[in-house]
Design a protein around this ligand. Structure first.
Ligand SMILES: [Zn+2]
Length: 133
């Protein structure tokens, strides 16, 4: 009899175990709400450490656990911007001066480039005129 049973079964493919007499560990559903109002429920084992946040199943944002008090958001120091750091080193009057200097230098440079371009164009015009003549 046992020969027949073994012949028809493939190793590793079928489990003969059933859930019938298995007792699952006690579990509880925990609800999470994301900022967009989606609700996500996650089953946790009763003795598990339940995390305060979970990823929203709908939008993927961080969802907060519903049945606990949320920790108060810590007072966040506003980030120091490059502008703030600049103002620690220089006054507005100094910055105006630096700006004027840089603009002057830039205009001089642009004037030089424009003059160079004009000279080039004039030279090319002279060449084509000589060719056509
Ligand atoms: Zn969501």
């Amino acid at each position: 009899m046992s020969d027949r049973v073994l012949r028809g079964s493939r190793l590793g493919s079928v489990s003969y175990e059933s859930d019938r007499h298995t007792e699952f560990a006690p579990r509880a559903l925990t609800a999470y709400d994301c900022a967009s109002g989606h609700q996500t429920t996650v089953p946790f084992a009763a003795e598990a450490d339940i995390p305060p946040t979970w990823e929203c199943r709908v939008c993927g944002a961080e969802a907060l656990r519903r049945d606990v008090e949320q920790p108060e958001a810590k007072a966040v120091k506003p980030a120091r911007t490059h502008w703030d750091m600049l103002l620690e080193r220089r006054t507005i009057a100094e910055l105006e001066e630096v700006l004027a200097e840089r603009l002057e230098a830039l205009h001089q440079q642009q004037g030089a480039v424009k003059a160079q371009l004009k000279a080039q164009q004039a030279a090319e015009r002279g060449k084509t005129r000589r060719k056509s003549a």
